[in-house]
Design a protein around this ligand. Structure first.
Ligand SMILES: Cc1ncc(COP(=O)(O)O)c(C=O)c1O
Length: 415
Protein backbone atom coordinates (compact mmCIF):
# COMPACT_ATOMS: atom_id res chain seq x y z
CA UNK A 1 0.00 0.00 0.00
CA UNK A 2 2.98 2.25 0.44
CA UNK A 3 3.95 1.91 -3.22
CA UNK A 4 2.94 4.53 -5.74
CA UNK A 5 2.40 4.38 -9.44
CA UNK A 6 2.08 6.92 -12.18
CA UNK A 7 -0.78 4.95 -13.70
CA UNK A 8 -3.56 3.61 -11.52
CA UNK A 9 -4.01 -0.11 -10.93
CA UNK A 10 -7.29 -1.81 -11.79
CA UNK A 11 -8.00 -2.29 -8.08
CA UNK A 12 -11.16 -0.79 -6.59
CA UNK A 13 -12.91 2.17 -8.19
CA UNK A 14 -10.75 4.83 -9.75
CA UNK A 15 -10.53 7.42 -12.48
CA UNK A 16 -8.34 7.36 -15.53
CA UNK A 17 -5.76 9.89 -14.43
CA UNK A 18 -4.68 10.42 -18.01
CA UNK A 19 -7.94 12.18 -18.95
CA UNK A 20 -8.84 15.75 -18.11
CA UNK A 21 -11.92 16.89 -16.26
CA UNK A 22 -15.13 15.75 -17.99
CA UNK A 23 -18.31 17.76 -18.53
CA UNK A 24 -20.20 15.40 -16.23
CA UNK A 25 -17.84 16.28 -13.42
CA UNK A 26 -18.23 19.97 -14.13
CA UNK A 27 -22.01 19.54 -13.90
CA UNK A 28 -21.63 17.80 -10.52
CA UNK A 29 -20.98 21.31 -9.17
CA UNK A 30 -17.95 22.75 -7.47
CA UNK A 31 -17.57 21.29 -3.98
CA UNK A 32 -20.80 19.35 -4.26
CA UNK A 33 -20.95 15.58 -4.25
CA UNK A 34 -18.07 13.91 -6.14
CA UNK A 35 -18.70 11.95 -9.34
CA UNK A 36 -19.18 8.19 -9.58
CA UNK A 37 -16.70 6.28 -7.41
CA UNK A 38 -15.63 9.42 -5.58
CA UNK A 39 -14.09 11.20 -8.55
CA UNK A 40 -13.09 14.84 -8.63
CA UNK A 41 -12.36 15.21 -12.33
CA UNK A 42 -9.32 13.04 -13.02
CA UNK A 43 -8.54 12.70 -9.29
CA UNK A 44 -9.95 10.82 -6.31
CA UNK A 45 -11.27 7.27 -6.57
CA UNK A 46 -10.78 4.29 -4.31
CA UNK A 47 -7.51 2.40 -4.76
CA UNK A 48 -7.53 -0.07 -1.91
CA UNK A 49 -6.89 -3.78 -1.44
CA UNK A 50 -9.96 -5.94 -1.95
CA UNK A 51 -10.26 -6.57 1.78
CA UNK A 52 -10.91 -2.86 2.39
CA UNK A 53 -13.49 -2.32 -0.37
CA UNK A 54 -16.45 -3.54 1.79
CA UNK A 55 -15.29 -1.30 4.67
CA UNK A 56 -15.16 1.76 2.39
CA UNK A 57 -18.57 0.90 0.95
CA UNK A 58 -20.02 0.40 4.45
CA UNK A 59 -18.57 3.74 5.54
CA UNK A 60 -19.97 5.51 2.48
CA UNK A 61 -23.45 4.09 3.15
CA UNK A 62 -23.27 4.97 6.85
CA UNK A 63 -22.18 8.51 6.02
CA UNK A 64 -24.89 8.99 3.39
CA UNK A 65 -27.55 7.81 5.83
CA UNK A 66 -26.23 9.92 8.69
CA UNK A 67 -25.73 13.04 6.58
CA UNK A 68 -29.37 12.99 5.54
CA UNK A 69 -30.55 12.28 9.09
CA UNK A 70 -31.49 15.38 11.13
CA UNK A 71 -30.89 13.49 14.40
CA UNK A 72 -27.25 12.87 13.39
CA UNK A 73 -26.75 16.58 12.65
CA UNK A 74 -28.45 17.53 15.91
CA UNK A 75 -26.12 15.28 17.92
CA UNK A 76 -22.99 16.36 16.00
CA UNK A 77 -23.83 20.07 16.22
CA UNK A 78 -24.72 19.70 19.90
CA UNK A 79 -21.36 18.11 20.76
CA UNK A 80 -19.40 20.61 18.66
CA UNK A 81 -21.22 23.40 20.47
CA UNK A 82 -21.26 22.30 24.10
CA UNK A 83 -18.00 20.31 24.08
CA UNK A 84 -16.04 21.68 21.11
CA UNK A 85 -16.73 25.38 21.61
CA UNK A 86 -18.41 26.12 18.26
CA UNK A 87 -19.11 28.50 16.71
CA UNK A 88 -15.56 29.83 16.73
CA UNK A 89 -15.32 33.59 16.23
CA UNK A 90 -13.95 35.61 13.33
CA UNK A 91 -11.41 38.09 14.71
CA UNK A 92 -10.55 41.41 13.10
CA UNK A 93 -6.77 42.00 13.20
CA UNK A 94 -6.60 45.78 13.52
CA UNK A 95 -2.88 46.22 14.22
CA UNK A 96 -1.59 43.72 11.69
CA UNK A 97 -4.04 45.02 9.07
CA UNK A 98 -2.68 48.54 9.53
CA UNK A 99 0.85 47.22 9.16
CA UNK A 100 0.32 45.28 5.91
CA UNK A 101 -2.37 47.43 4.28
CA UNK A 102 -5.07 44.77 3.88
CA UNK A 103 -8.06 44.10 6.10
CA UNK A 104 -7.21 40.80 7.79
CA UNK A 105 -9.84 38.60 9.42
CA UNK A 106 -9.05 35.32 11.17
CA UNK A 107 -11.42 32.35 11.46
CA UNK A 108 -10.37 31.11 14.89
CA UNK A 109 -10.20 27.31 14.74
CA UNK A 110 -7.36 27.63 17.26
CA UNK A 111 -10.11 28.21 19.83
CA UNK A 112 -11.75 24.83 19.21
CA UNK A 113 -11.37 22.28 22.02
CA UNK A 114 -8.01 20.45 21.55
CA UNK A 115 -6.64 23.48 19.68
CA UNK A 116 -7.42 22.90 16.01
CA UNK A 117 -10.08 22.24 13.40
CA UNK A 118 -9.33 18.50 13.59
CA UNK A 119 -12.01 17.95 16.25
CA UNK A 120 -14.82 18.79 13.76
CA UNK A 121 -13.94 15.80 11.62
CA UNK A 122 -13.14 13.42 14.43
CA UNK A 123 -16.37 13.87 16.37
CA UNK A 124 -18.32 13.19 13.17
CA UNK A 125 -16.32 10.07 12.37
CA UNK A 126 -16.53 8.76 15.96
CA UNK A 127 -20.33 9.14 15.82
CA UNK A 128 -20.33 7.20 12.54
CA UNK A 129 -18.09 4.50 14.02
CA UNK A 130 -20.52 4.12 16.88
CA UNK A 131 -23.41 3.80 14.40
CA UNK A 132 -21.43 1.07 12.57
CA UNK A 133 -20.87 -0.76 15.88
CA UNK A 134 -17.09 -0.22 15.87
CA UNK A 135 -15.40 0.19 19.22
CA UNK A 136 -11.84 1.00 18.17
CA UNK A 137 -10.40 3.99 16.33
CA UNK A 138 -7.13 3.92 14.47
CA UNK A 139 -5.63 7.20 13.29
CA UNK A 140 -2.48 8.67 11.76
CA UNK A 141 -1.02 11.95 12.86
CA UNK A 142 1.70 14.37 11.83
CA UNK A 143 1.61 17.42 14.08
CA UNK A 144 -0.25 15.36 16.66
CA UNK A 145 -3.39 17.50 16.46
CA UNK A 146 -5.44 14.88 14.66
CA UNK A 147 -4.08 12.24 17.04
CA UNK A 148 -5.04 14.34 20.05
CA UNK A 149 -8.50 14.98 18.60
CA UNK A 150 -8.97 11.25 17.88
CA UNK A 151 -7.81 10.30 21.39
CA UNK A 152 -10.21 12.91 22.78
CA UNK A 153 -13.19 11.57 20.82
CA UNK A 154 -12.30 7.99 21.82
CA UNK A 155 -12.28 9.04 25.49
CA UNK A 156 -15.57 10.88 25.04
CA UNK A 157 -17.29 7.88 23.42
CA UNK A 158 -15.58 5.15 25.50
CA UNK A 159 -13.64 3.68 22.56
CA UNK A 160 -10.06 2.45 22.34
CA UNK A 161 -7.66 4.38 20.14
CA UNK A 162 -4.34 3.63 18.44
CA UNK A 163 -2.44 6.48 16.80
CA UNK A 164 0.43 5.99 14.32
CA UNK A 165 3.00 8.76 14.23
CA UNK A 166 6.36 8.99 12.42
CA UNK A 167 9.41 8.92 14.71
CA UNK A 168 10.51 12.36 13.51
CA UNK A 169 7.15 13.78 14.52
CA UNK A 170 7.13 11.91 17.83
CA UNK A 171 10.28 13.84 18.65
CA UNK A 172 9.28 17.30 17.42
CA UNK A 173 5.73 17.04 18.81
CA UNK A 174 6.59 15.34 22.11
CA UNK A 175 4.01 17.36 24.01
CA UNK A 176 1.18 16.06 21.83
CA UNK A 177 2.42 12.47 22.26
CA UNK A 178 2.07 12.89 26.01
CA UNK A 179 -1.37 14.48 25.59
CA UNK A 180 -2.56 11.48 23.54
CA UNK A 181 -1.27 9.09 26.18
CA UNK A 182 -2.93 11.08 28.94
CA UNK A 183 -6.18 10.74 27.00
CA UNK A 184 -5.78 6.98 27.03
CA UNK A 185 -4.58 6.39 23.45
CA UNK A 186 -1.69 4.15 22.45
CA UNK A 187 0.85 5.99 20.28
CA UNK A 188 2.81 3.71 17.93
CA UNK A 189 5.95 5.38 16.52
CA UNK A 190 6.64 4.57 12.84
CA UNK A 191 10.27 4.04 11.87
CA UNK A 192 9.90 3.33 8.15
CA UNK A 193 10.50 5.69 5.20
CA UNK A 194 10.83 9.37 6.06
CA UNK A 195 9.37 8.61 9.53
CA UNK A 196 6.72 11.34 9.06
CA UNK A 197 3.04 11.62 8.12
CA UNK A 198 3.15 9.60 4.88
CA UNK A 199 4.59 6.62 6.73
CA UNK A 200 2.10 6.97 9.57
CA UNK A 201 -0.75 6.75 7.02
CA UNK A 202 0.80 3.56 5.58
CA UNK A 203 0.86 1.93 9.00
CA UNK A 204 -2.65 3.05 9.91
CA UNK A 205 -3.96 1.56 6.65
CA UNK A 206 -2.09 -1.70 7.37
CA UNK A 207 -3.65 -1.85 10.83
CA UNK A 208 -7.10 -1.25 9.35
CA UNK A 209 -6.71 -4.07 6.81
CA UNK A 210 -6.07 -6.47 9.67
CA UNK A 211 -8.70 -5.20 12.10
CA UNK A 212 -11.49 -3.90 9.88
CA UNK A 213 -14.22 -5.95 11.62
CA UNK A 214 -14.14 -3.90 14.83
CA UNK A 215 -12.04 -0.86 13.86
CA UNK A 216 -12.83 2.40 12.14
CA UNK A 217 -9.98 4.23 10.40
CA UNK A 218 -10.43 7.83 11.50
CA UNK A 219 -8.54 9.52 8.66
CA UNK A 220 -7.52 13.07 9.46
CA UNK A 221 -7.72 14.93 6.18
CA UNK A 222 -9.45 15.16 2.80
CA UNK A 223 -7.35 12.37 1.38
CA UNK A 224 -7.38 8.60 1.06
CA UNK A 225 -9.96 6.43 -0.71
CA UNK A 226 -13.57 7.45 -1.34
CA UNK A 227 -15.56 8.41 0.74
CA UNK A 228 -12.91 10.06 2.94
CA UNK A 229 -12.07 13.17 0.84
CA UNK A 230 -15.74 14.02 0.43
CA UNK A 231 -16.83 12.99 3.95
CA UNK A 232 -14.03 14.88 5.71
CA UNK A 233 -14.72 18.00 3.61
CA UNK A 234 -18.39 17.83 4.59
CA UNK A 235 -17.47 17.39 8.27
CA UNK A 236 -15.18 20.44 8.00
CA UNK A 237 -17.70 22.50 6.01
CA UNK A 238 -18.87 23.98 9.32
CA UNK A 239 -15.73 26.17 9.28
CA UNK A 240 -16.59 27.77 5.94
CA UNK A 241 -20.33 27.98 6.55
CA UNK A 242 -19.84 29.75 9.87
CA UNK A 243 -17.16 32.05 8.46
CA UNK A 244 -19.35 33.08 5.55
CA UNK A 245 -22.19 34.12 7.84
CA UNK A 246 -19.83 35.88 10.23
CA UNK A 247 -18.10 37.75 7.41
CA UNK A 248 -21.42 38.91 6.02
CA UNK A 249 -22.24 40.45 9.39
CA UNK A 250 -18.82 42.11 9.64
CA UNK A 251 -18.66 43.20 5.99
CA UNK A 252 -22.19 44.57 5.54
CA UNK A 253 -23.45 41.57 3.61
CA UNK A 254 -20.33 41.14 1.49
CA UNK A 255 -17.86 38.29 1.21
CA UNK A 256 -14.09 38.67 1.67
CA UNK A 257 -12.10 39.32 -1.52
CA UNK A 258 -9.70 36.48 -0.76
CA UNK A 259 -10.07 33.41 1.43
CA UNK A 260 -6.81 31.75 2.46
CA UNK A 261 -6.00 28.51 4.29
CA UNK A 262 -2.95 26.31 4.74
CA UNK A 263 -2.91 22.92 3.03
CA UNK A 264 -1.41 19.67 4.26
CA UNK A 265 -3.86 17.03 3.08
CA UNK A 266 -6.20 19.98 2.83
CA UNK A 267 -9.06 19.57 5.33
CA UNK A 268 -9.17 23.02 6.90
CA UNK A 269 -8.84 24.55 3.44
CA UNK A 270 -11.55 22.31 1.97
CA UNK A 271 -13.95 23.06 4.82
CA UNK A 272 -13.26 26.77 4.49
CA UNK A 273 -13.48 26.82 0.68
CA UNK A 274 -16.76 24.86 0.76
CA UNK A 275 -18.41 27.84 2.46
CA UNK A 276 -17.23 30.24 -0.26
CA UNK A 277 -17.13 28.05 -3.39
CA UNK A 278 -20.21 29.72 -4.88
CA UNK A 279 -19.12 33.29 -4.09
CA UNK A 280 -16.76 35.61 -5.97
CA UNK A 281 -14.09 35.24 -3.30
CA UNK A 282 -10.71 34.13 -4.59
CA UNK A 283 -9.67 30.86 -2.89
CA UNK A 284 -5.99 30.39 -2.05
CA UNK A 285 -4.42 27.31 -0.47
CA UNK A 286 -0.91 27.63 0.92
CA UNK A 287 1.34 24.58 0.99
CA UNK A 288 4.74 24.21 2.60
CA UNK A 289 7.43 25.13 0.06
CA UNK A 290 9.03 21.71 0.61
CA UNK A 291 5.73 19.87 0.17
CA UNK A 292 4.14 21.72 -2.69
CA UNK A 293 2.15 18.99 -4.45
CA UNK A 294 0.21 21.35 -6.72
CA UNK A 295 3.32 23.32 -7.70
CA UNK A 296 5.66 20.35 -8.16
CA UNK A 297 3.49 17.24 -8.12
CA UNK A 298 2.69 14.71 -10.83
CA UNK A 299 -0.56 12.69 -11.07
CA UNK A 300 -0.20 9.35 -9.35
CA UNK A 301 -1.73 7.06 -6.75
CA UNK A 302 -0.95 6.98 -3.05
CA UNK A 303 -2.89 6.08 0.09
CA UNK A 304 -5.94 4.95 -1.86
CA UNK A 305 -6.39 8.09 -3.99
CA UNK A 306 -5.32 9.49 -7.34
CA UNK A 307 -3.93 12.97 -6.84
CA UNK A 308 -0.93 15.20 -7.39
CA UNK A 309 2.09 13.75 -5.64
CA UNK A 310 5.77 14.62 -5.31
CA UNK A 311 7.51 11.83 -7.21
CA UNK A 312 10.82 11.10 -8.87
CA UNK A 313 11.24 9.89 -12.44
CA UNK A 314 10.63 6.30 -11.36
CA UNK A 315 7.35 7.20 -9.65
CA UNK A 316 8.82 6.86 -6.18
CA UNK A 317 7.42 9.27 -3.63
CA UNK A 318 9.78 12.09 -2.68
CA UNK A 319 10.11 13.28 0.90
CA UNK A 320 8.26 16.48 1.76
CA UNK A 321 10.16 18.86 4.03
CA UNK A 322 8.72 21.47 6.33
CA UNK A 323 9.17 22.80 9.86
CA UNK A 324 5.51 22.05 10.32
CA UNK A 325 4.76 18.36 10.87
CA UNK A 326 1.16 18.82 9.72
CA UNK A 327 2.16 20.02 6.24
CA UNK A 328 4.96 17.49 5.80
CA UNK A 329 3.03 15.43 3.26
CA UNK A 330 4.08 14.74 -0.35
CA UNK A 331 0.54 14.86 -1.74
CA UNK A 332 -2.66 16.84 -1.56
CA UNK A 333 -6.32 15.86 -1.25
CA UNK A 334 -7.81 14.99 -4.67
CA UNK A 335 -10.46 17.71 -4.57
CA UNK A 336 -7.75 20.36 -4.23
CA UNK A 337 -5.95 18.91 -7.24
CA UNK A 338 -9.27 19.21 -9.08
CA UNK A 339 -9.94 22.78 -7.88
CA UNK A 340 -6.47 23.70 -9.15
CA UNK A 341 -7.22 21.97 -12.47
CA UNK A 342 -10.42 23.91 -13.08
CA UNK A 343 -8.96 27.15 -11.75
CA UNK A 344 -11.46 27.64 -8.92
CA UNK A 345 -8.68 27.76 -6.32
CA UNK A 346 -5.01 28.49 -6.60
CA UNK A 347 -2.21 27.04 -4.56
CA UNK A 348 0.82 28.95 -3.37
CA UNK A 349 3.57 28.08 -0.95
CA UNK A 350 5.50 29.53 1.97
CA UNK A 351 9.01 28.69 3.17
CA UNK A 352 10.16 27.88 6.69
CA UNK A 353 11.84 31.25 7.37
CA UNK A 354 8.87 33.39 6.37
CA UNK A 355 6.58 31.03 8.33
CA UNK A 356 8.65 31.51 11.46
CA UNK A 357 8.54 35.28 10.89
CA UNK A 358 4.74 35.23 10.48
CA UNK A 359 4.44 33.09 13.62
CA UNK A 360 6.20 35.81 15.62
CA UNK A 361 4.47 38.67 13.84
CA UNK A 362 0.97 37.49 14.73
CA UNK A 363 2.03 36.87 18.31
CA UNK A 364 3.42 40.39 18.68
CA UNK A 365 0.80 42.37 16.80
CA UNK A 366 -2.36 40.51 17.80
CA UNK A 367 -1.48 38.43 20.87
CA UNK A 368 -2.28 35.18 19.05
CA UNK A 369 0.30 32.41 18.69
CA UNK A 370 -0.64 30.40 15.59
CA UNK A 371 0.23 26.79 14.76
CA UNK A 372 3.18 26.54 12.34
CA UNK A 373 0.72 25.10 9.81
CA UNK A 374 -1.61 28.10 10.01
CA UNK A 375 1.39 30.46 9.93
CA UNK A 376 1.92 29.34 6.30
CA UNK A 377 -1.33 30.98 5.27
CA UNK A 378 -0.38 34.14 7.17
CA UNK A 379 3.12 34.17 5.71
CA UNK A 380 1.70 34.19 2.20
CA UNK A 381 -0.65 37.08 3.05
CA UNK A 382 2.16 39.09 4.66
CA UNK A 383 4.46 38.49 1.66
CA UNK A 384 1.83 39.23 -0.99
CA UNK A 385 0.07 42.21 0.63
CA UNK A 386 0.45 45.06 -1.85
CA UNK A 387 1.59 42.61 -4.56
CA UNK A 388 -0.74 39.70 -5.47
CA UNK A 389 -3.14 41.06 -2.82
CA UNK A 390 -4.08 44.65 -3.72
CA UNK A 391 -3.93 47.16 -0.86
CA UNK A 392 -7.33 47.60 0.76
CA UNK A 393 -8.48 44.03 0.02
CA UNK A 394 -10.35 42.07 2.66
CA UNK A 395 -8.67 38.76 3.38
CA UNK A 396 -10.05 35.94 5.52
CA UNK A 397 -7.44 33.49 6.83
CA UNK A 398 -8.45 30.29 8.56
CA UNK A 399 -6.27 30.02 11.63
CA UNK A 400 -6.43 26.24 11.71
CA UNK A 401 -4.74 25.76 15.07
CA UNK A 402 -2.95 27.27 18.03
CA UNK A 403 0.79 27.32 18.41
CA UNK A 404 1.24 25.81 21.87
CA UNK A 405 2.52 22.57 20.33
CA UNK A 406 5.14 24.51 18.34
CA UNK A 407 6.50 26.77 21.04
CA UNK A 408 9.35 24.44 22.07
CA UNK A 409 10.42 23.95 18.44
CA UNK A 410 10.20 27.69 17.76
CA UNK A 411 12.39 28.34 20.81
CA UNK A 412 15.06 26.00 19.41
CA UNK A 413 14.84 27.50 15.91
CA UNK A 414 15.03 31.08 17.17
CA UNK A 415 18.02 30.49 19.42
C1 LIG B 1 -3.17 23.10 13.10
C2 LIG B 1 -3.12 22.35 11.83
N1 LIG B 1 -3.45 22.98 10.69
C3 LIG B 1 -3.41 22.34 9.49
C4 LIG B 1 -3.02 21.02 9.41
C5 LIG B 1 -2.98 20.38 8.06
O1 LIG B 1 -4.04 19.52 7.84
P1 LIG B 1 -5.18 19.87 6.81
O2 LIG B 1 -4.49 20.30 5.54
O3 LIG B 1 -5.90 18.59 6.66
O4 LIG B 1 -6.02 20.95 7.36
C6 LIG B 1 -2.68 20.31 10.58
C7 LIG B 1 -2.28 18.90 10.50
O5 LIG B 1 -1.85 18.30 11.45
C8 LIG B 1 -2.73 21.00 11.81
O6 LIG B 1 -2.40 20.39 12.97
Amino acid sequence: MSDTRRTPPTLGVGPDVSTRTSNADARAGVMGEPGVGGRFGRFGGRYVPESLVPACVELESAFRLAWSDPSFHAELDGILHSYGGRPTPVTECARLSAQIGVRLLLKREDLTHTGSHKLNNVVGQALLARRMGKQRLVAETGAGQHGVASATAAALFGMTCTVYMGEVDVERQALNVFRMELLGAEVRPVGSGSRTLKDAVNEALRDWVATVADTHYCLGSVMGPHPYPWMVRELQRVVGDEAREQCRVLLDGKDPDIVVACVGGGSNAAGTFAGFADTDAELVGVEAAGGSAVGNGIPGVLHGMASLLLQDEAGQILEAESISAGLDYPGIGPEHAYLADIGRARYEHAGDDEVLAAFQLLARTEGIIPAFESAHALAWVVREAGRAIPHGSTVLVTLSGRGDKDVAQARELLR
